[in-house]
Design a protein around this ligand. Structure first.
Ligand code: ADP
Ligand code: MG
Length: 394
C-alpha cells in the first residue's frame, strides 16, 4: 500500500487536502488492468462507487474513490423519541444539541469510537451514503475506519451497520493505519512511523512498519472527555452549570496544556445551579491547564507506553522521524509540546489532522480489489450482499 501525498482541496474543513492520487489503478493496480476480465468482474456494479468512511465519535467523513472527501459533518442524529423518526443528521442535528424540544433528542450514535446505538448509527450511515449515491439501489463497497482497540463484537456491529445501511461489502482499516497513509508516511518501509490520533472519544497510538501495526495503544479518552473536565471545572470552581457545546467552545478558545503558552481568558455564560439564574464568569488558559490535566496525562502515558513496547531496532528510528499527531484533539494548544517534553521525541502535526484518517482510508480503496480477491475481511452482516452469497455458494 503506497501512501501518497494529496493536493486537491475538498469540502471546506480547515486543512483539508482532499484526495490526491486518483491515478487509475494506483496501489492495487498490479492485480489486473482496467480491461481485464478479473478487473471487470470486480468493478463496482449497480452504480455503487467505492467509498471510505471515517465514522468518528465526533465527525463522520466520506471519501469517494476518484473524487476525494465529499462529506464531513458531525456524527449527530436528531431523533423523535415518540415515533423514532429522524429529523436531521449532521450539521443540522448538531445545532439542535441541548436546544431540542422534549420529544426530539439529538443522539450521538457512537461512544468512544464504537457504536452505542445501532439503529441510529445505521440511519446516520444511510444518510451519509445517500449523499454519495442518490439511487437507493446503489450498493457501494466500503472501506470503514475502526479504532484498533475494539472487540470482535464491536467490529461486527460496525460492519453490520454498514451493510444494513446499504453497503455491498465492508473492509475495516485501523484508524492509525489510515492516519499514517493520509499523512503520507512511508509505512511500507522497514522503519518505524509513530502516529497519535486524538479524536472525540478515543485516542489511538500506533507504531507502524512494513505496512503493519507493530505496537498499538487505544484509549477511550478524547476531546469529549476534555469538554467534560471543562464543564466540571466551571461547576466546581465557579459554581456555573454549562452545556457540552459551551464546554467545547471554552476548550477551543482558551484550552491549553503547555505552561509557557499565551495567557488568554474568555467569558462563559451558564446557569447558577443554586439560584437557577443565568450568570457569566471569566475563565483563563491557566485554569484550563489544570482542568485538562487528567485526560492529557492519560494520553501522554499511552504514548510513553507505546514507545517502551516498541522493539529496539524500530524505536531507534522514531526520534529521527518524530511522532505525528492527527485527529481534532491534536489541535489542543500545547499538546505536541507536552508530548515532546515527556518523551524527548520531536512531535509534529499532520498536514490535515481532521481529515487525514478519511484521506488515508480513501487512498486504501485502491487496494480493495486485492482485499476482495484475497478474501479480506468482507462484511459478515445480514443480509449478505448478493455477490458474497454467490461467492459463498461456490
Ligand atoms: P473523531 O475522530 O472522534 O470524530 P475528530 O478527529 O473529528 O474526532 O476530532 C474531534 C475532537 O477534536 C472534538 O472533541 C473537538 O472538540 C476536538 N477539537 C477540534 N479542534 C480542536 C482544537 N482546535 N483544539 C482542541 N480540540 C479540538
Ligand atoms: Mg477519528
Amino acid at each position: 500500500m503506497t501512501p501518497t501525498s494529496a493536493s486537491r482541496g475538498s469540502n471546506g474543513r480547515p486543512g483539508d487536502r482532499g484526495q490526491g492520487d486518483a491515478r487509475p489503478g494506483a496501489g492495487g493496480a498490479g492485480l489486473a488492468s482496467a480491461q481485464s476480465p478479473l478487473r471487470r468482474r470486480l468493478l463496482p456494479r449497480r452504480g455503487g462507487r467505492d467509498i471510505a468512511i471515517d465514522l468518528g465519535t465526533a465527525n463522520t467523513l466520506v471519501f469517494v474513490r476518484g473524487e476525494g472527501i465529499v462529506a464531513s459533518e458531525p456524527s449527530v442524529v436528531a431523533v423523535d423519541t415518540e415515533n423514532g423518526e429522524v429529523h436531521a443528521v449532521g450539521e443540522e442535528a448538531q445545532m439542535m444539541i441541548g436546544r431540542t424540544p422534549a420529544r426530539i433528542s439529538a443522539v450521538r450514535p457512537l461512544r468512544h469510537g464504537v457504536i452505542a446505538d445501532f439503529e441510529v448509527a445505521e440511519r446516520m450511515l444511510r444518510y451519509f451514503m445517500g449523499r454519495v449515491h442518490r439511487s437507493r439501489h446503489a450498493r457501494p463497497r466500503v472501506m470503514m475506519c475502526a479504532p484498533s482497540g475494539i472487540t470482535g463484537v464491536e467490529r461486527r456491529a460496525l460492519t453490520e451497520a454498514c451493510v444494513a445501511a446499504g453497503a455491498r461489502s465492508v473492509h475495516l482499516i485501523e484508524e492509525s493505519m489510515a492516519a499514517a497513509i493520509g499523512a503520507g508516511l512511508p509505512i511500507d518501509e522497514p522503519s518505524a512511523n509513530m502516529v497519535v490520533d486524538v479524536g472525540g472519544g478515543t485516542s489511538e497510538v500506533a507504531v507502524i512498519s512494513l505496512g503493519g501495526i507493530v505496537v498499538s495503544r487505544s484509549l477511550r479518552v478524547g476531546g469529549y472527555d476534555m469538554d467534560e473536565k471543562v464543564a466540571a471545572w466551571l461547576r466546581g470552581t465557579h459554581g456555573l452549570a454549562i452545556g457540552e457545546s459551551t464546554a467545547e467552545r471554552v476548550k477551543l478558545e482558551v484550552g491549553s496544556v503547555s505552561p509557557d503558552l499565551s495567557q488568554g481568558s474568555t467569558e462563559v455564560k451558564g446557569r447558577d445551579p443554586v439560584s437557577g439564574l443565568p450568570r457569566q464568569v471569566d475563565v483563563t488558559s491557566e485554569e484550563m491547564r489544570t482542568a485538562l490535566e487528567g485526560p492529557v496525562a492519560e494520553i501522554v502515558v499511552a504514548v510513553r507506553a507505546a514507545l517502551e513496547d516498541t522493539p529496539p531496532e524500530l524505536s531507534s528510528d522514531i526520534p529521527q522521524r518524530g511522532i505525528f499527531l492527527a485527529g481534532g484533539g491534536a489541535l489542543l494548544r500545547g499538546l505536541g509540546e507536552r508530548i515532546r517534553e515527556e518523551t524527548s521525541v520531536p512531535v509534529q502535526l499532520t498536514e490535515s489532522p481532521l481529515t487525514c484518517v478519511a484521506l488515508g482510508a480513501g487512498l486504501a480503496l485502491d487496494e480493495i480489489e486485492t482485499l476482495e480477491v484475497a478474501g479480506g475481511t468482507p462484511a459478515r452482516g445480514t443480509p449478505a450482499p448478493r455477490s458474497r452469497r454467490r461467492r459463498m455458494r461456490r
